[in-house]
Design a protein around this ligand. Structure first.
Ligand SMILES: [Zn+2]
Ligand SMILES: [Zn+2]
Ligand SMILES: [Zn+2]
Length: 126
């Protein structure tokens, strides 16, 4: 098989990982939305698990200059997921990870759609 330069495709060969990556993508999308809202409402409270952590990761990503060799926790994994989603979102092909988020965003209630019984997001280090 030809080498694929999308590091996620390796990880996603395990169905268990698909669920975790899905969840991390949903949480990242939530954190991005939350971060923008916070620009206008700095005192806003958010009860979504891992949201503050992911906001930190997103803030870091915006200023991270080292890319793939960065040793900041979750930097590379989150960047890979975001990059994957940005490439994927305009495609019509079925993707086990991005389909969940596309569905949530179409339903307009993405905040409420985050399941309450969260398992720990899969911050894998690859
Ligand atoms: Zn939040
Ligand atoms: Zn970084
Ligand atoms: Zn995808």
């Amino acid at each position: 098989m030809a080498a694929c330069n999308d590091p996620l495709s390796q990880v996603l060969t395990n169905p268990e990982n698909v669920k975790r990556v899905q969840q991390q993508l949903v949480l990242l999308a939530h954190a991005e939305m939350c971060r923008r809202k916070r620009g206008s409402y700095p005192n806003m409270k958010c009860c979504t698990p891992y949201c503050p952590l992911l906001i930190e990761v997103l803030t870091h990503l915006n200023s991270c200059m080292v890319g793939t060799s960065c040793s900041t926790p979750h930097c590379y994994s989150s960047r890979s997921i975001i990059t994957h989603y940005q490439r994927c979102k305009n495609r019509t092909v079925h993707c086990p990870v991005c389909d969940t988020l596309k569905t949530l965003q179409n339903s307009e209630s993405s905040e409420r759609s985050i399941p309450e019984d969260l398992f720990e997001p899969y911050f894998f280090a690859f």
